[in-house]
Design a protein around this ligand. Structure first.
Ligand SMILES: Cc1cc2nc3c(=O)[nH]c(=O)nc-3n(C[C@H](O)[C@H](O)[C@H](O)COP(=O)(O)O)c2cc1C
Length: 355
């Protein structure tokens, strides 16, 4: 049986399948289910200090969209290959209650050789710093700081962050790293042409890992109501996002080298996708919406599928990291294939004659 362990800086995960945050990881029962399903790590649903961010959860809405952009019922039996369209918010717990819950989740995770990861969504830096210090003081092993939610432009002012300027990413990361002894993972936005720059900024300021990349905002007009589906711009994701995530993973690995552990998120739905993101350069991979939609079995299956793939290839999970990224060629290195492009255009043999 293939070895699935993976290392992210100082920390070792029993396998690279991470249960990434979403509404299904708000309650302790959800975190327990993810741990018991066999995840290598579970990132609890994020929190911050703002009432406005909490209120957003009371306004949250979720739907699936088919290829004609029609709504599909949210159900574990929904067909594969749909787009996930949501607007989310943060849990209504007080920070103290959230922290108490996080400590018990950390203990539970430890009993299953799983890593529990507490997560903050940045609003005000000073408040985030206070919460981060409290997280460390409570004995938690690391902190994930999400500075790349999709929603900042739509949410109440400063309720959540979509940081797109590398200098600011470096400043915010540095602020956390200097204040804490525990490792800091920075989750960055994918709504940028500069994902590699954002990752480099976070690592250069001391992040131990960068999670890439957050979902984008999208808007879908409804042809009947002539209003936006779910009334506004929403976070948009789905299986189709995997190539974009893999591009950013490969680009960041090329730029930063293999010593900077990346975590892939956005578009993985099974164990073969975990393998794909690892081949693109990630050391571990988060699955969120697929688990929220179809349940805890997705995690167990993902671990099994990854193991089956590694067995078939005669490799460990760690052996996969970056192989496709390192095989990526530049366009100038590719062979010349002449008029091959003609095979990809429609025939004009039956086109109507002119006049
Ligand atoms: C409904 C919903 C809620 C989410 N909540 C959080 C959150 O609280 N903190 C966070 O860092 N990411 C959050 N995310 C982002 C996911 O963790 C994940 O990065 C993203 O959905 C892309 O991965 P996926 O394709 O596996 O869903 C949320 C995503 C969804 C769909």
């Amino acid at each position: 049986m293939a070895k699935l362990e993976t290392r992210i800086g100082d920390l070792c995960l029993k396998n690279p399948v991470i249960a990434a945050p979403g509404e299904h990881l708000i309650d302790i029962e959800g975190v327990r289910a993810a741990i018991e399903a066999g995840a290598g790590a579970v990132v609890g649903k994020s929190i911050n200090e703002l009432q406005a961010a909490r209120h957003q959860l009371q306004q949250a809405e979720y739907t699936l969209l088919d290829r004609d952009w029609n709504k599909v019922d949210w159900s574990e039996d929904a067909p594969r290959g749909l787009t996930v369209f949501t607007r989310s918010g943060l849990p209504s717990l007080t920070f103290d209650a959230w922290l108490l819950q996080a400590v018990s989740m950390d203990r539970l995770a430890g009993q299953h050789d799983c890593l529990f990861v507490p997560s903050l969504v940045l609003a005000q830096p000073a408040a985030a710093l206070d919460m981060a210090r409290a997280i460390q003081a409570a004995g938690l092993k690391l902190l994930e700081l999400n500075i790349g939610t999709p929603y900042a432009s739509q949410a109440a002012r400063c309720a959540v962050s979509t940081e797109l300027v590398p200098e600011r990413v470096a400043r915010l990361t540095g602020m956390m790293v200097e204040a804490l002894d525990i490792p800091v993972w920075i989750k960055i936005s994918g709504q940028s042409e500069r994902v590699g720059d954002l990752a480099e900024a976070a690592f250069s300021a001391g992040a131990q890992s960068v999670v890439m990349a957050g979902r984008s905002l999208g808007l879908v007009p409804d042809l009947e109501t002539q209003k936006p589906v779910l009334d506004t711009s929403c976070g948009i994701g789905g299986y189709w996002n995997l190539p974009i995530t893999c591009h950013w993973l490969a680009t960041s690995r090329r730029r930063l080298g293999p010593g900077c552990p990346l975590i892939g998120t956005n578009g993985a739905t099974n164990g073969r996708d975990v393998a794909r993101m690892m081949l693109a350069g990630s050391s571990a991979v988060g699955l969120s919406s697929e688990v929220m939609l179809r349940g805890w079995r997705v995690i167990t299956d993902a671990v099994d599928e990854l193991e089956a793939y590694c067995d078939k290839m005669g490799m460990s999970a760690a052996d996969l990291i970056g192989r496709a990224a390192d095989a990526r060629r530049t366009y100038t290195e590719l062979p010349t294939v002449g008029d091959h492009w003609r095979d990809f255009i429609p025939s004009t043999a039956d086109a109507a004659p002119e006049g």
